[in-house]
Design a protein around this ligand. Structure first.
Ligand code: TYD
Length: 211
């Protein structure tokens, strides 16, 4: 595979989409094909799974933790097979909001499930595809809660979880990063947008093929 696979991770409201947009524009300016995508919801099937997972409400009732993990894994399988792997095979850059680390943090650390089992499930779904770089936008819990409140609107099913859940998720991400320091770039998401972008570019630029 000749493309470059980059993922952005972090809690809700950490600023992943903003950084993904800036990164997409930077690659596009260099004449590279960029596929900006996300999980859940990067395919038509995934969009249905996303709607159920985040906004299913009374229609689906309470979701069992294992069922939730399998739905994220199903979304991932479809997305990797139909979008991510084909893009990488034709040499594109894939800039993706959330991937396997989100399952490890939310389902593995957040829910009462075994992280190693979630990893096995995700790797199976993705046929072992891992990104070359994962940017973790780490946000202090108070700041994250403030940002969620400022966003207004209705919280989705995961956003509405208790602060303890979000604490476990944050620790889950930091554990992933500590276990795989070569792949991860951990940044304090409270830093200004342009500083974060510059720090990301410093890691990304060396990934480009020589002109
Ligand atoms: P999304 O709107 O993409 O995230 P954000 O709120 O950061 O913009 O919502 C996706 C939700 O799904 C988010 O709360 C995290 C959760 N999620 C998991 O629990 N497991 C996963 O594997 C993935 C990809 C997401």
């Amino acid at each position: 595979m000749t493309g470059i696979f980059i993922t952005l991770e972090g809690g809700d409201g950490a600023g992943k989409s903003t950084q993904a947009e800036l990164l997409e524009a930077w690659f596009a300016m260099r004449g590279l094909e960029v596929v900006r995508t996300r999980e859940p919801g990067g395919t038509r099937l995934g969009a249905e799974i996303r709607r159920l997972l985040l906004h299913g409400g009374d229609e689906i009732g309470e979701v069992d933790a294992r069922a939730e993990a399998l739905l994220y894994a199903a979304d991932r399988a479809q997305h990797v097979a139909k979008v991510v792997r084909p893009a990488l095979e034709r040499g594109a850059v894939v800039v993706q909001d959330r991937y396997i680390d989100s399952s490890l943090a939310y389902q593995g650390a957040g829910r009462p499930l075994d992280v190693a089992e979630i990893r096995g499930l995700s790797e199976w779904a993705a046929e072992g595809l891992w990104p070359i770089l994962t940017v973790l936008l780490d946000l202090d819990l108070d700041e994250a809660a403030k940002r969620r409140a400022a966003r207004g609107g209705v919280s989705d099913r995961l956003e509405a979880e208790a602060v303890e859940f979000h604490g476990r998720v944050r620790e889950g991400f930091l554990t992933c990063a500590a276990a795989d320091p070569d792949r991860f770039l951990v940044l304090d998401a409270a830093r200004p947008v342009d500083e974060l972008h510059a720090a990301i570019l410093a890691r990304v630029a060396p990934l480009l093929p020589a002109p």
